[in-house]
Design a protein around this ligand. Structure first.
Ligand code: KG4
Ligand code: ZN
Length: 378
């Protein structure tokens, strides 16, 4: 079965082709193509995504992105029309002006090609991203019942620009949110803190780069040790790290960064402290994410921990979460998506649509029943 995935929930226009076989107990996935047109440059000068600009760009890019996606798959328009069996599009959550472009484009294609259309939850796309096979090797990833039994139940930490959620996954079809952020998402905290430090958007990769500079050039030097000593008086908080639930809160951390930055600016010291602040911000966010995820993993006695969402591209988070699972008393597997599949992409949307299709074999999936929903929850 060949699935066309379409993603336009925020600032990435992405279309992908995924070849799938099998059922919920025994299936295989092959990535045929995944094209992402990023709008980062456009939004960077505003320090964040501007919804109406994003929508205009999606409208401009969606058709060329489809053409590139088909070309990379060795298909022309007529062959695609014949070979594609199912279309899946993100219908929420996200920015409504952005979602509407993808949803309406998908509806038009579904009508014109007479193919079923599934409206997918963007977050379930992130959940399944750890399953996706590499695009580079064009390998087929196969999952058998026994293997799936060794993976589930699992805890997935979904960390993106808009969400920070802990999800208990009983299996591929049954999952529930057990904790989420009460205010800012982890990615938002990276982005807003980066802005305070004068770094460009998106802030996550920038903070990570600066933190690495501190790690490599200063950490063990007398300057680094002196800076750390000075900063330890104003150590950044780890909000809700010891709370009894699985919720998160990052707005307090952002405010603490704001006060620290204002103080350093007054003393004209901000540029001296930029790398160490980035190092500390990253440590604070990662500490909270790991402690709470591992607490959930122990409580629910899961077999695996997974990462997903844009923030799961963070090297420190991936490394420390891996270490935490390896150091735990029980054996816990660790999964993280390939870097290209951490941020928004249409391949994950196609995979989420596949599982929705397997879970609802009798549904007809008509284009006219699909609508965009900015606040869709898992
Ligand atoms: O999943 P995503 O592409 O979009 C949403 O659905 O929100 O996530 C984007 C977020 C941004 O906040 C960005 O700063 C963050 O992911 N991010 C990172 C890294 N790469 C992207 N955060 C920390 N470290 C990174 N390396
Ligand atoms: Zn996302």
């Amino acid at each position: 079965m060949l699935i066309l995935g379409i993603e336009t929930s925020c600032d990435d226009t992405s279309l992908a082709l995924l070849e799938v076989k099998g059922d919920l107990k025994n299936f295989s996935l092959k990535a045929i193509s995944n094209v992402v047109s990023s709008q980062i440059k456009l939004h960077a000068k505003y320090g964040g995504v501007v919804p109406n600009l994003a929508s205009r760009e999606h409208l401009k890019n969606i058709r060329p992105v489809l053409e590139t996606c088909l070309k990379e798959s060795g298909l022309n328009f007529n062959q695609a029309k014949k070979k594609i069996d199912l279309i899946c599009v993100t219908r929420g959550p996200g920015l409504i002006p952005s979602l509407l472009i993808g949803v309406n484009f998908a509806k038009a294609l579904s009508y014109a090609w007479q193919k079923p259309l599934i409206g997918v939850n963007h977050l379930s796309g992130h959940l399944y991203s750890f399953l996706l096979p590499s695009l580079k090797t064009k390998n087929i990833k196969k999952f058998k019942e026994k293997q799936l039994k060794d993976i589930f139940p699992a805890i997935c930490l979904l960390v993106s620009g808009g969400h920070t959620q802990l999800i208990y996954m009983k299996n591929l079809s049954q999952y529930k949110i057990i904790g989420e952020t009460r205010d800012d998402a982890a990615g938002e905290c990276f982005d807003k803190s980066a802005r305070l430090l004068g770094l460009k958007y998106p802030g996550g990769p920038e903070i990570s780069k600066q933190a690495e500079i501190f790690n490599e050039q200063f950490l063990k030097t007398p300057t680094g040790i002196a800076l750390l000593k000075k900063l330890s008086k104003a150590k950044l908080p780890r909000p809700m790290i010891n709370s009894t639930n699985y919720d998160f809160s990052f707005s307090g951390l952002k405010t603490a960064v704001l006060y620290l930055v204002q103080d350093l600016e007054k003393q004209n010291l901000l540029s001296d402290y930029k790398t160490i602040l980035a190092y500390e911000i990253q440590n604070a966010i990662v500490d909270v994410l790991i402690k709470k995820t591992m607490k959930a993993a122990e409580f629910y006695k899961v077999k695996s921990v997974m990462l997903s969402g844009g923030v799961s591209a963070n090297k420190l988070l991936r490394q420390e979460m891996f270490n935490a699972t390896q150091n735990s008393k029980r054996k816990i597997n660790f999964f993280a998506p390939e870097l290209a599949f951490t941020t928004d992409n249409a391949l994950m949307v196609a995979s989420a649509g596949f599982f929705e299709y397997l879970n609802n074999p009798k549904q007809s999936f008509n284009w006219f029943s699909i609508s965009a929903d900015a606040n869709l929850s898992l």
